[in-house]
Design a protein around this ligand. Sequence first.
Ligand SMILES: Cc1cc2nc3c(=O)[nH]c(=O)nc-3n(C[C@H](O)[C@H](O)[C@H](O)COP(=O)(O)O)c2cc1C
Length: 215
Amino acid sequence: MNLTETLENLRVSYKKHTLDINDCHLDPHQQFNRWLEEAVKSECDEPNALILSTIKNNRPHARTVLLKGMIDNKFIFYTNYLSAKGLQIDDNPYVCLTFLWLPLQRQIRIEGRVSKVEGKISDDYFQKRPRDNQLGAIASPQSQKVKSREELERLFKETDSKFAQDENLIRPPHWGGYAVEANYFEFWQGRESRMHDRIIYEKNNDLWNRSRLAP
Ligand SMILES: Cc1cc2nc3c(=O)[nH]c(=O)nc-3n(C[C@H](O)[C@H](O)[C@H](O)COP(=O)(O)O)c2cc1C
């Protein structure tokens, strides 16, 4: 079998759960929390992983980041502010978040506007990270070209030596959190015969309207 045939033959029938609009919480954040808790309890690997999509110069970009908290109903992730995604966000603050929980046959799509969190929030979270992760955040010029793996390891070692006497590392200004305030949610539950459930929430004057979309 060639690769195309292999791909054509990959088929999963989604039968595990259903999603009725009347069972969806009136508040999409509560509905998100309910599904996230179920994903954490299930056998999903890294249930807090999400695809972050950004735009620059009318071109889309996407990569995975980890959801590290919710503050005032905003979705928090941490990264390098000077990375490609950081520069894309500087250009255009509208982003999409996609969670995929295959063991539950679920996907959530979220659209919203992103902004940097207060420095204190990033400082507090930075202090909770393992020292090696802190050193990596200080040392790595994320998204820039590096000559080799050796150069990367040299940067890490240099940073490690530079701060060897410091018991606590200070968060570098180029690293911190972003908060996404959502204005759109879609909860997708896989069903049989590709007749999936799709429930969306749209924000209208602080009120959330729920609707069903065709799969
Ligand atoms: C499971 C997983 C989790 C990740 N979590 C993060 C994260 O929380 N923050 C981050 O900056 N990069 C994270 N990454 C790496 C990013 O996907 C990406 O490679 C990096 O942020 C550079 O992206 P950019 O060049 O588009 O800015 C993660 C990757 C994977 C596969």
